[in-house]
Design a binder for this molecule. Structure first.
Ligand code: DAH
Length: 338
């Protein structure tokens, strides 16, 4: 009788464990079976004393069997769940990757960074002046009299009152000299604004200004530094030519030509057959500008230069319309890597 019941309970447990399809169901089945086992055990009270030890032994064995049974099933379910998860989370390592398009710097930024590298190597610091300037910094302090043509409404964006959008990074020269005693060696990049608009001019463009002030600075220092710049920016055999010119803030003033890096000076389409390309404006800082900034022109001399970054980029990369730089066409922009 007891054996029959034991066997029945064992089978019941076996079926319940086998039927459970998840850890949760298995737990419920185990609780149910344990309740039944407990009820079965309580039958011991009704047995005669001498039969009790044998019954106790049977029940203990049954209990152990049931526990082992559930432990085995639990392990089996865990394994199955793991396999299902592995299958669901499988990664196909042979699948082709998604290509990421690599961005590139804007050609004007490239040229700016190259210039900074070149001049930082010669000990220049960077100063960035404001884009909104006063007439004083943009013109007056730079020895540009009130009747100078560049002050005309057509040539400057006036903002009202005394304010304007700077027409040249030269305005920064004044700010630098007002705030720092010589020796000065500053490079000043930035946006400038003029109401010009054609294939080689844009109402907004970028310039790079250079200023050196110290005792005994001469035009030779200027030419030497420009030769270094030309060799590094274009080709190592690029020659520098200084041509007399006029800027109110320099005396003497020079226009700087570089030997054509396409034909090497023989004459081609780029240099219009002359062998030379005009690249930037420069000169020795006018003593009146030094005076305006509280620098004694009998003690100190200096040179300054200013160049258009778009112009350098157009020459270097063979771009024939300045508007390409502002159209934001990635097919154009991604062509420049260095
Ligand atoms: N500011 C001038 C321009 O925008 C360029 C220039 C010429 C800058 C001579 C200078 C300089 O510093 O010395 O056309």
């Amino acid at each position: 009788m007891q054996n029959e019941q034991t066997e029945e309970l064992r089978r019941y447990a076996e079926e319940a464990a086998a039927k459970a399809a998840s850890g949760k169901e298995l737990y419920a089945a185990k609780t149910d079976v344990q309740a039944k086992l407990k009820a079965f055990m309580s039958g011991m009270r009704d047995l005669p004393k001498e039969e009790r030890p044998a019954f106790g032994k049977t029940v203990n064995e049954l209990k152990e069997k049931i526990e082992a049974l559930f432990a085995a099933r639990e392990e089996e379910l865990r394994q199955k769940e793991l396999e299902a998860r592995y299958a669901a989370e499988q990664v196909d390592v042979t699948m082709p990757g998604r290509k990421r398009v690599q961005g590139s710097l804007h050609p004007v930024t490239l040229v700016k960074n190259q210039l900074i590298d070149i001049f930082a190597g010669m000990g220049f610091e960077i100063f960035e002046g404001p884009e909104t300037e006063t007439e004083y910094y943009n013109f007056t302090a730079l020895n540009t009299p009130a009747d100078h043509p560049s002050r005309d409404m057509q040539d400057t964006f006036y903002l009202g009152g005394d304010l304007l959008l700077r027409t040249q990074t030269s305005a920064g020269q004044i700010r630098v000299m007002q705030n720092k005693k010589p020796p000065i060696k500053v490079l000043s990049p930035g946006r400038v604004f003029r109401p010009d608009d054609d294939a080689t001019h844009s109402p907004m463009f970028h310039q790079m200004e250079g200023l050196v002030v110290d005792k005994g600075i001469t035009l030779c220092d200027l030419k030497g530094m420009l030769a270094e710049f030309a060799a590094k920016m274009f080709t190592s055999d690029t020659k520098v030519r200084l041509r007399p010119s006029y800027f109110p803030f320099t005396e003497p003033s020079v226009e700087v030509d570089l030997s054509c890096f396409v034909c090497g000076g023989k004459g081609c389409r780029l240099c219009k057959g002359t062998g030379w390309i005009e690249v930037l404006g420069s000169g020795m800082v006018n003593r009146r500008v030094l005076e305006n900034c509280g620098v004694d022109p009998d003690e100190y001399t200096g040179f300054a230069f200013g160049m258009g970054l778009e112009r350098i980029a157009m020459l270097k990369y063979g771009v024939n319309n300045i508007k390409n730089f502002y159209d934001n066409d990635v097919r154009f922009l991604t062509q420049f890597k260095d």
